[in-house]
Design a protein around this ligand. Sequence first.
Ligand code: AMP
Length: 118
Amino acid sequence: VKYDEGNIFAKIIRGEVKSTKIYEDEYLLAFEDINKSAPVHVIIIPKGQFVSFCDFTSHASETQISYFFKTISKIAKKLDIVDSGFRLVTNNGADASQSVPHFHFHMLGKKKMEEKLL
Ligand code: AMP
């Protein structure tokens, strides 16, 4: 799948669309979801052009992948949701209703989530 440089998260990375940033470095960006499903609802994205989780894990380097996951943990610490708990979700493709074609994780916390899909 070809990466669409016009997607909303690409615009956020380029600074063309505003976001409430939680964390940013050279490789990755975390910002608040505009339509929150929990008091903490943060979108975490690599700055590289990856359409989905599978695109990221297939085409990013080992270093990029491990840096991405380790930094997610740092963000959880920064948000103080390590002890209380949080949920990490990625929607990959049509059946999961992925709506933005730039790989992202949703980080949800500060809410007792009763419903479980599995
Ligand atoms: P998904 O359905 O997994 O692709 O999730 C896309 C998420 O991006 C949704 O939860 C939207 O609320 C969120 N979203 C869309 N546009 C923006 C935006 N401009 N700023 C922050 N979050 C956004």
